[in-house]
Design a protein around this ligand. Structure first.
Ligand code: V07
Length: 256
């Protein structure tokens, strides 16, 4: 029999793919995102890096709305890593203005959408204006019970683990804990993420395929999804593609 491939007959157009409604089963409850490629997005357009960061900040709002629409319960975003302090001072200064800028612009909307803002990372190292506006946003949304928008600010996974070890050691030394009690569940309680389930899905934009010191302990069984799209271009159709790809995967957690 002669088989002729007619790809246009069974391939969905981009439009059909985008508009297809996601099935409601097997959606990830906790999605974590490494929002990479803001600088490259700007460079492509002949714009300064800060313009990419600003565009990336505006995209955070879009992605929160789409996560909420798809009943994601926790959205963890890697906004600033412990390594990002090594960038030029002018860029660090600009990045540190973004939490305040984001909250000045979007906090009323976040409140209206029942979003609860939380953070992971060491906030004590942040400039006072950044810390204050984030603290205020956390307080003003603390009784919301919709999506948890969990921002990783001055976050590094190895630092988090070392701090946890120090706290465990302190508790042992002060006789509040015995070595026999240490197990994975107990260790979890010493991490920034103690109140959160592990991420089900981790997305990284902009073509890099590494964890870069993000949620090392917590992503032991997480599904990874990568795209070449720069963060400012990561839109509803790409996000929903990530969600529907996740729905197809079989998670085994080391079993069969
Ligand atoms: C930052 C924009 C997104 C791309 C990645 C780097 C730059 C939103 C926030 C933010 C922070 C606190 C908060 C709500 C939103 C943010 C930083 C950088 C440091 F409560 N975007 N964004 N913070 N970028």
């Amino acid at each position: 029999m002669l088989l002729i491939k007619l790809p246009f007959l069974n391939k969905k157009t981009a439009d059909q793919t985008n508009k297809q409604k996601l099935k409601q089963d097997n959606l990830p409850e906790h999605v974590a995102i490494i929002m990479d490629g803001n600088g490259r997005w700007a460079k492509r357009r002949g714009l300064p890096r800060f313009a990419g960061h600003k565009q990336g900040m505006d995209n955070v709002k879009n992605i929160v709305r789409i996560a909420n629409k798809n009943k994601v319960k926790i959205l963890t975003l890697y906004a600033f890593s412990t390594e990002n302090w090594k960038r030029p001072k002018s860029e660090v200064d600009y990045l540190m203005k973004l939490p305040m800028e984001f909250l000045n612009t979007y906090l009323p909307e976040m409140i209206k959408e029942n979003v609860r803002i939380q953070t992971i990372g060491d906030c004590n190292e942040l400039p006072i204006h950044t810390r204050k506006s984030v603290q205020e946003a956390k307080e003003r949304t603390s009784s919301n019970n919709g999506l948890i928008l969990n921002i990783a600010l001055n976050y590094g996974s190895r630092y988090e683990i070392i701090q946890a070890i120090k706290d465990v050691a302190t508790d042992i030394k002060s006789d509040n804990l015995s070595i026999d009690e240490i197990d994975e569940t107990l260790f979890n309680d010493y991490l920034y993420t103690k109140h959160l389930r592990d991420p089900d899905l981790l997305i990284r934009t902009s073509g890099e395929q590494r964890l870069s010191n993000f949620l090392l302990w917590q992503s032991a069984y997480t599904e990874f999804w990568f795209t070449d799209a720069y963060w400012p271009d990561f839109d509803e159709s790409l996000f929903e593609k990530a969600l529907s790809d996740y729905q197809q995967r079989k998670r085994r957690y080391g079993g069969i």
